[in-house]
Design a protein around this ligand. Sequence first.
Ligand code: SF4
Length: 338
Amino acid sequence: MREEPARPARIEVRDLKKHFPIQRPLQGGRGRAVKAVDGVSFEVGERETLALVGESGCGKTTTGRTILRLSEPSGGSVRYLRPGEGEPIDLFALPEREMRPLRKELQIVFQDPLASLDPRATAGDAIGEGIAIHRLAHGRGIEERVVELLGRVGLSPEKRERFPHELSGGERQRVAIARALALGPRFLVLDEPVSALDVSVQVQVLNLLEDLQAELGLSYLFIAHDLAVVRYLADRVAVMYCGRIVETGTAEEIFEDARHPYTQALLAAMPKLEPGSSRGSAPLPGEPPSPVDPPGGCPFHPRCPVAEARCREVVPSEARPGPRRGVVCHLAAGSGTS
Ligand code: SF4
């Protein structure tokens, strides 16, 4: 766990919303929407890793994709501060033609490299394609850059001739990372980048990501359901539940002093990042609610071991127990009851 230096925000997300209209109304669902992301705000600083965590379906992947406009937003803003520039750019206000050159700097690495890499393209082709499209090198220069990038992610030059099915899971993810690095990114969304890997390989890829951040000054939005992985890499943590952030803090604050009952339950279920380890002793109670019809009041109340009567009726407001700390729970110190 690392200290959190004060850094300017590379990415600033405010009140982000992504709602999906319900196309086929069930049980009177006409005109309703699934609020996959419903008012999410956070910042990611220079050379900082913000982990966005929560169970499957909580909206974290949709958040990452919407920030990069791989999915168009329903509301909110994302501002991106380019290196050396004083004023951030409002990404959601840009027409697509002005967004296109920025995409080089805003990259994503997906969970499953076997799905994200073209099975008919060699590792060299996968890495070199973006270099050629964006005219970042020409002729033999592309080949040289591919070999350099393979080395940077810990792969030998010979791997450039291999197809995805000829590589191990860890090697494939290294190729996917090299492909993202090829375009000179500043901000990377890492969407469950080690979830599909064996535990021993997870640690190697996490070490690689940490080294690359230090060398290249990258900012990461690290999306994960596994808090053991998050602990390894994150400077700060934002915990999502049912499309909203319910707790934020430094990694140390979250792991040593979690205030929200949902974060506490995630921590109790946390596995160790060691080969052969089993899950934590306390599985999460109940099931996540349907995003089509979430519970009223605090959406966590049907699963919360300390819920009170007001939790069923009143949406909790955010308590701010520290400068960059937030807890959305009635029981958190200073929480209002609006
Ligand atoms: Fe539990 Fe109530 Fe806090 Fe929600 S507001 S997490 S139900 S105590």
